[in-house]
Write a protein that binds this ligand. Structure first.
Ligand SMILES: Nc1ncnc2c1ncn2[C@@H]1O[C@H](COP(=O)(O)OP(=O)(O)OP(=O)(O)O)[C@@H](O)[C@H]1O
Length: 239
């Protein structure tokens, strides 16, 4: 049973028709990247999957269960972790309290294990969210999602605003998760790093999927990536 299978999504914000027949799959143990320019509809796709912006048409299946009309809470209870764009940690709570807030499910990920895995967070456990660097905030946001002991993790632009070395660190963590059997759907604007870690890739443009296939094949053809997205070279973060 696929961790995620999405078919024919049509999603609107009011009268604006944002997603046009979006379909994608994440197979067990895969890292799948969803690429696309600013405003292509990547975040909206994640929001449609977890029930924050339910689609008007189409369906979402999680581990073989029809989740199309589920609330975000029900989706989380199925074992789907979500790391939102902008991290959304509590600025006024300490690192430790941020980790005490989320819904948890039993499994190997505990607060102790999080602190072992992310020593920077352990050092800063008493600091408030707003005192953390961007990279530390991203790690805290990922750590919070891991406490759910997810089987599928949805990550929205984890590299955003981070220095290249920190981006590398974050992506190493994402690859470690895959080794633990967590399947990953990653939204990225950073094409190069997204394609480096992913097994398969989808490209969204104007709310429609315009590429679906192997990540390495796409990585070897940068011209194609740019032309498919209709983007000029500098619209894509290539660092
Ligand atoms: N709450 C909203 N109300 C109305 N329109 C919205 C809303 N959120 C997003 N949109 C529009 O929907 C489209 C898709 O946005 P979305 O955030 O999904 O794109 P994205 O690919 O994730 O881009 P970004 O990288 O900028 O987050 C954009 O045209 C955006 O302006």
């Amino acid at each position: 049973m696929n961790p995620l299978s999405v078919r024919g999504l049509q999603t609107f914000y009011g009268k604006s028709h944002i997603l046009h027949n979006v379909g994608l799959e994440v197979h067990e143990g895969e890292i799948v990247v969803l690429l696309g320019r600013n405003g292509a509809g990547k975040t909206t796709t994640l929001r449609s999957i977890i029930g924050l912006t339910p689609p008007r048409e189409g369906n979402v299946s999680l581990f073989g269960v029809d989740a199309t009309r589920m609330s975000p809470y029900q989706v989380a209870a199925l074992g789907v972790g979500y790391v939102p764009e902008g991290r959304k940690i509590f600025a006024n709570l300490t690192v430790e309290d941020n980790l005490r807030v989320p819904v948890t499910r039993p499994g190997p990920w505990t607060i102790d294990r999080v602190f072992q895995t992310f020593p920077r967070l352990a050092e800063r456990r008493g600091n408030r969210g707003r005192q953390l660097s961007g990279g530390e905030q991203e790690m805290l946001s990922i750590a919070r999602a891991l406490l759910l002991n997810p089987k599928l993790l949805l990550l929205d632009e984890p590299s955003q605003g981070l220095a290249p070395l920190i981006v590398k660190e974050v992506f190493q963590i994402i690859q470690t998760m895959r080794q633990e059997g967590i399947s990953v759907l990653l939204v990225e604007q950073n094409v190069r790093i997204g394609l480096t870690v992913a097994d398969r890739a989808y490209v969204l443009d104007d709310g429609a999927i315009i590429y679906s296939g192997s990540a390495s094949e796409l990585a070897n053809d940068e011209e194609r990536v740019r032309s498919m997205a209709g983007a000029s070279a500098n619209e894509w973060a290539m660092s």
